[in-house]
Design a protein around this ligand. Sequence first.
Ligand SMILES: Cc1cc2nc3c(=O)[nH]c(=O)nc-3n(C[C@H](O)[C@H](O)[C@H](O)COP(=O)(O)OP(=O)(O)OC[C@H]3O[C@@H](n4cnc5c(N)ncnc54)[C@H](O)[C@@H]3O)c2cc1C
Length: 321
Amino acid sequence: MKRIAIVGAGMAGLSALGALTKQGHVVTLFDKSRGSGGRMASKKVGNASWDMGAQFIRAHDADFMNTLHQWQRLGWIGEWAASPHVINANGIHLSDDNITRYVGLSRMTALSRQLLAPANEFIPSTRIVSCQRTDSEWLLTDENDQHYGPFDSLIINTPPQQALPLLENSHLAAAINDVEMLPCWTLLLAFHERIDTPVDAAFVHDSAIAWLARNNSKPQRDAGETWVIQASHAWSKEQVNAPREDVLQTLEQAFYSALGVQANVAVEHWLHRWLYAVPANPLGDGALFDADRELAVCGDWCQHGTLEGAWLSGQQAASYF
Ligand SMILES: Cc1cc2nc3c(=O)[nH]c(=O)nc-3n(C[C@H](O)[C@H](O)[C@H](O)COP(=O)(O)OP(=O)(O)OC[C@H]3O[C@@H](n4cnc5c(N)ncnc54)[C@H](O)[C@@H]3O)c2cc1C
């Protein structure tokens, strides 16, 4: 039995947590945010709520597929029956994909709360700024100079830019340096009235937008009319430092134009900039391990930029201990 610290309670860290506790280890998780889930985030403003980060979960890998079925049986996730459209210069068409898409019930973050349950301790609102290895133990320090530990082993589950300062002198830093994370501007809108379109979700081309979805078309969501609008990574990169008001106006306009509907009066607007949304060049390595220091690093960027990639990375990190 080891005492293991995980910095970052995103899907990869939570996946590692589940595997490690099954092996009998005692795990403490830290996150700088108020809750768990990372980029599997949800947002509530007034009476409106949205999945602000990851929109749905899909599986290619057999183990992950089995895990999704298990989560579905537990009532943690459900199938989202929407058939996505494709919107491009030729108009609006149903996409020919027949993928099963799952979503957290009743929001994406709720899944992370379930996955967190086996933790010995979850310490939120705590940004770890330094991880120090003595002869055989790890000591962690947060931005308020609070110390935590000792731990036998450490897993870092943060985006690469946030992992680098925590790696002290580990050789793993070299592999991480070149991973680029792409940004994504995300606009959340709520309306009094239903937007009159058969489209519940769409991949959008030839536009500032890459994805739009009627959040309330997902199972067990609030009934109010809510939409998630994600800019393309290319547009987000170009406009990464643009004034928020300009970004909001452009994306809202592009949304009406993509759906071919009259501009409507949104009752809530929320704009979020994901600086580290998805990896441009994931390592495809599962997870990284420094055996001398009992240190693993995991995250979607170690494997593939999806929840599935993050989950697989967490499983790989846990297998090192
Ligand atoms: C807008 C958007 C849409 C997406 N859509 C989809 C989708 O539809 N389907 C899909 O499969 N994937 C999607 N993804 C990708 C998916 O969200 C990610 O691949 C996955 O959530 C990454 O999980 P992770 O554990 O690797 O990292 P994260 O979720 O980023 O978790 C890292 C955690 O580390 C914490 N942290 C960072 N630094 C510190 C520190 N110093 N101290 C303490 N805590 C720290 C962060 O707060 C965070 O909670 C989307 C992502 C975005 C942004």
